[in-house]
Design a protein around this ligand. Structure first.
Ligand SMILES: *[C@@H]1O[C@H](CO)[C@@H](O)[C@H](O)[C@H]1NC(C)=O
Ligand SMILES: *[C@@H]1O[C@H](CO)[C@@H](O)[C@H](O)[C@H]1NC(C)=O
Ligand SMILES: *[C@@H]1O[C@H](CO)[C@@H](O)[C@H](O)[C@H]1NC(C)=O
Ligand SMILES: *[C@@H]1O[C@H](CO)[C@@H](O)[C@H](O)[C@H]1NC(C)=O
Ligand SMILES: *[C@@H]1O[C@H](CO)[C@@H](O)[C@H](O)[C@H]1NC(C)=O
Length: 475
């Protein structure tokens, strides 16, 4: 049973594969910057680093000395810049050489009935470290890490004891030295492994689904393990928006796309039109793309009112059938709006229906007619000064009578009026916003620098450098 299942699975991988909606790629430059920030952070943190107490026995031929090293604190650390590189198909390799650490602490010894104690200074020279962290993904779409390899070395150590009758013990410092050296060396790689394992268990618990706002959530699990090449690391995420109350799969699937290599910038994120359209579908299927428009929502200054008198110029029979009657309009998306990305151009198609009713004196509605509108907008987007800017224009608009309870009428004037409304009111408002620019969404402590945006076929790509400020990270 099991073997045949395995054969089945390997024979039809495409049946289970889904294309990522979002891709992100970290370049070698980004990795180096990240490790530089990490090293500075570590350098700052080491002052607060507590070292676990050490306790043991040393055989000094005439007996055994029991010793304790306590309250140890790193008094100085010279952290060299680590060398961090991608290891193809494996993960990230971190190397460090000539790390020097000075530690200050208390010592205590007991030799037979003789007790002694004082302080000590310990210097460890030329610590070398080379470790490979393997990256992958677990079955639930989390990033997974594992320590694949670790080597450490220490070239030298110097200890001096102060206080107590330590002069007696100075001759035995050599014994302490090699003992402590071995102890430290034995702790380095297991310490790193423990750290990586802790990180792994945190990653395992990480959310892959996030609430975006009260109506929308997004799922961001990895769809396959990170792709690691010599020059970059790419993660491929599902990137599907769902309605917060209704987890309906969109009736379309993601296509494939390939990020451009932007190795001169640190980070590249690609967002497919599939991901954007899944958000549109989530809003549409949750019934959120609709509005009831009444006359009192129209600006007081407008000479055109939502009543049969005003509509008389467009539909002559309406005021004759229903003189001076207030109207109400139910506007709704008749289909999911769709966004499509073409090189340098973003196109938005909207399919909108508007049902017009008259309001009787007893507040019930009389259906008048339904107008169906298809409109195409095209936009150019770019990023300048870390703000999304651009412009949008109306490409074309068609208006047809979908249904009528008041007899036939021409839509030409209505269509002209609608186009005028869009071109002289809606678009100028939108374009002013786009001209001023919309700040790119920021992550705590991370600033975007040199960001650029490119619209390609099927996806939009944002490439950027980052600036991480450690000052705020501490608060
Ligand atoms: C969720 O959306 C689907 C498709 O629009 C609809 O058929 C279904 O009734 C909705 N379910 C709920 C609980 O709203
Ligand atoms: C309908 O609109 C006209 C202006 O076109 C206005 O003079 C009239 O008072 C309005 N009627 C109602 C019932 O609001
Ligand atoms: C409202 O008035 C119309 C016509 O005047 C009538 O047919 C309808 O039954 C009334 N509805 C209610 C709820 O009073
Ligand atoms: C609007 O779009 C829908 C769906 O693409 C299509 O069925 C309909 O014929 C279009 N109407 C007009 C007036 O273009
Ligand atoms: C609207 O645009 C579409 C696609 O650009 C085109 O096929 C169609 O003919 C246009 N309709 C009108 C009325 O211009």
């Amino acid at each position: 049973m099991l073997p045949s299942l395995v054969v089945l699975l390997t024979l039809m991988p495409q049946a289970f594969a889904i294309n990522p909606g979002i891709k992100a790629s970290l370049s070698d430059k980004g990795l180096k910057y990240g490790s530089h920030v990490g090293a500075s952070w570590l350098q700052e943190k080491t002052g607060q680093m507590l070292i676990p107490d050490v306790e043991g026995d040393i055989d000094i031929k005439i007996g055994s000395v029991h010793y304790w090293l306590t309250s140890m604190k790193v008094s100085r650390i010279d952290l060299p810049e680590p060398t961090v590189t991608f290891t193809e198909n494996v993960g990230i390799k971190v190397g460090m050489e000539n790390l020097d650490i000075a530690v200050h602490g208390n010592w205590k010894t007991k030799f037979s009935f003789i007790k002694d104690g004082g302080t000590f200074d310990l210097a460890v020279f030329n610590v070398g470290l080379s470790t490979v962290i393997q990256l992958g993904s677990d079955g639930q779409g989390h990033l997974s890490v594992a320590s694949a390899q670790c080597d450490s070395s220490i070239k030298g150590i110097d200890v001096s004891f102060h206080g107590g009758g330590s002069v007696i013990f100075q001759p035995f410092v050599q014994f302490f030295k090699s003992k402590i050296l071995n102890q430290i060396q034995e702790e380095i790689c297991p310490g790193i492994e423990k750290y990586v394992n802790d990180l792994e268990s945190q990653l395992e618990k990480m959310q892959v689904s996030f609430q975006v706002n009260k109506d929308l959530s997004i799922e961001l699990p990895l769809v396959f393990p990170p792709i690691i090449q010599g020059s970059d690391l790419e993660v491929d995420l599902k990137g599907v928006f769902y309605g917060a109350r209704n987890h309906t799969e969109p009736p379309f699937v993601a296509g494939t796309f390939q990020l451009d290599q932007q190795s001169d910038l640190m980070l590249t994120v690609g967002l497919s039109e599939f991901t954007i359209n899944s958000a549109a579908f989530a809003y549409y299927s949750a019934g959120l793309l609709q509005a009831l428009i009444t006359d009192d929502m129209i600006p007081k200054a407008s000479p055109f009112r939502l009543n049969t008198t005003s509509f008389g110029g467009l539909i002559p029979q309406l005021p004759k059938l229903f003189p001076n009657m207030l109207m109400v309009l139910h506007a709704y998306a008749s289909q999911t709006p769709t966004v499509s990305f073409q090189p340098d151009t973003t196109t938005l198609n909207v399919f909108w229906s508007s049902k017009f009713y008259g309001i009787r004196s007893n507040s019930t509605y009389i259906p008048f007619f339904r107008l169906d509108m298809n409109a195409t907008f095209s936009s150019k987007f770019f990023v300048s000064d870390e703000k999304l800017s651009g412009s949008t224009a109306l490409d074309n608009l068609t208006l047809t009578v979908g249904a009528t309870e008041i007899g036939t009428f021409q839509t030409e004037s209505l269509q002209k009026l609608l186009e005028l409304g869009i071109k002289s009111y809606l678009l100028p408002m939108l374009n002013k916003k786009l001209k001023d620019g919309i700040p790119l969404p920021t992550v705590h402590n991370v600033q975007w620098v040199n960001s650029m945006l490119k619209v390609n076929k099927g996806f939009v790509e944002i490439a950027t450098d980052t600036k991480i400020s450690l000052q705020e990270a501490k608060s």
